[in-house]
Design a protein around this ligand. Sequence first.
Ligand code: MRU
Length: 362
Amino acid sequence: MLINGQRWRSVWPVSEHTGVGIIDQTRLPHELVTVTLGSSDAVRDAIANMLVRGAPLIGAVAAYGMALAARENASDQYLEERYRFLDSSRPTAVNLRWALDRMMACLRPLPQAQRLSAACALADEIANEDAVLCAAIGEHGLALIRKVAADKPAGEPVQILTHCNAGWLATVDYGTATAPIYMAHDEGINVHVWVGETRPRNQGASLTAWELGQHGVAHTLVADNAGGHLMQHGQVDFCLVGSDRTTASGDVCNKIGTYLKALAAHDNQVPFYVALPSSTIDWTMSDGLAEIPIENRSPDELLLMEGVTEQGDVKQVRIAPSRTPGLNPAFDVTPARLVTGLITERGICAASRQGLLALFEQ
Ligand code: MRU
């Protein structure tokens, strides 16, 4: 996707796979900083500390982490240990385990001497494939946006509300929820995106607003709590969010606050769509509320806020009394009954086992 008119991806191999390049997302939108991760340790730190984040991107970067591990030591024992080490970096997005399992299934049967080249090739394949899947999600979602646009009075934009960042920064390219939006914009459809700020880490304000702006898509930042009000006043045609883990029954786990948006959408008969590649489906789970592990992050993410001063310095300030404790669950589960449809690389389906199986039964 575009930064200052130049094409970028969110992850790329560096110097014949001796490193992996990323954008440090903790520095956006104030600074565009790239980092080369040169070891499996550095990859784990980058995922755990959210220099990279978003379910599909976490999976792709972890795959490169396994390739770096194979360079460090291609023995069975080391690779198994690195698999567990990388897998422990974040608990909720299933793409992490999915990518690591795929890497290990490829590497385990190989002689040690062949593991490095195979790991590098497979990490590239996983990254490239994610871009292809997101482009396909874009095509299916675009058909939906075209239909909504056709029913709008001339000159009125299609109004889409999103939450968190399910954009190209959260994937390898295009994004999940944003892919249809970019495609609609590129073919001249008038789209406008309501971007929820996404407290506490503000991925909406910092990342989604930034990448939509870089692509020239009309958008407006709103407080997380404004979504229901906008829906009540007919200002949202549909909601479109991403997913960190989707159960086989169609429950969707996404950034904290997604559930409240889905409830408001249901109450106001606003369609609520979730865009996801099949790497985000966890076929082993069917009850999202009971089974999906929800990451609890540091309360400091809630108690402190970061921003840039007029002088351009990035500063943190405390916004709660110094002794007030905080609780910071990072994700919530939206039950399938609140989801209008899942937009996948194979088409749009009902958020149900039957819907998913109709597209993905092998
Ligand atoms: O905590 P984050 O920033 O990794 O959470 C990301 C999200 O919740 C995204 O919406 C989700 O991964 C879908 S991304 C295509």
